[in-house]
Design a protein around this ligand. Structure first.
Ligand SMILES: [Zn+2]
Length: 173
């Protein structure tokens, strides 16, 4: 048995220390929540020493904080995954699925630059982040898509096979 990483198949014994739920890059703007009115002005800029405490308390209320796929974010990811490698890390299981703007080319780049294995997931995230076309897909076709990505290649990057199903999430109202 082998594990499908974004750069090819790897023996499980070669994975090393593994983080099992990461998001190296994703679209998360749907999860923005307005901050309390009394402190709304604290969220109008990026990170500062004066507002970082507020952002930690209300992480989804900072539009700057929930951007997880711009150049600044990618630079930070290269750096952090490099540190993970230096400290003995081996593999990252990347849980960004359809609806969160999965970016397999970026995952490949992270793996190539750092030497850390990255395993891409397949499936769809919650309904709130799906477009109308996706919401009309039949259950059988959702299954078929996951099967194709696991056994043949991803729809957005056919030479890369997904290595697992996830992240599949649910929402409660
Ligand atoms: Zn997640």
């Amino acid at each position: 048995m082998k594990v499908h990483t974004v750069l090819g198949a790897v023996l499980p014994s070669d994975l090393g220390r593994t983080l099992t739920h990461e998001h190296l890059s994703m679209e998360f703007n749907n999860f923005y929540r307005k901050p309390p009115n009394q402190i709304a002005h604290r969220f109008q800029s990026g990170f500062t020493l004066e507002n970082v405490g507020y952002i930690r308390q209300y992480p989804y209320s900072s539009k700057f904080n929930i951007v997880m796929n711009d150049d600044h974010s990618k630079h930070a990811v290269y750096n952090d995954v490099g540190v993970f490698k230096e400290l003995g890390g081996g593999t990252i299981v990347e849980n960004t699925t359809i609806g969160l703007n999965r970016d397999i080319n970026f995952y490949k780049s992270v793996s190539e630059k750092t030497g850390v294995h990255v395993v891409a997931g397949t499936g769809h995230y919650i309904a709130d982040v799906q477009n109308d076309t996706t919401l009309d897909i039949k259950t059988e076709d959702l299954y078929n898509l996951m099967l194709t990505e696991l056994t043949e290649g991803c729809i957005d990057n056919p030479i890369v096979k997904a290595g697992f199903v996830g992240e599949i999430a649910s929402a409660h109202c």
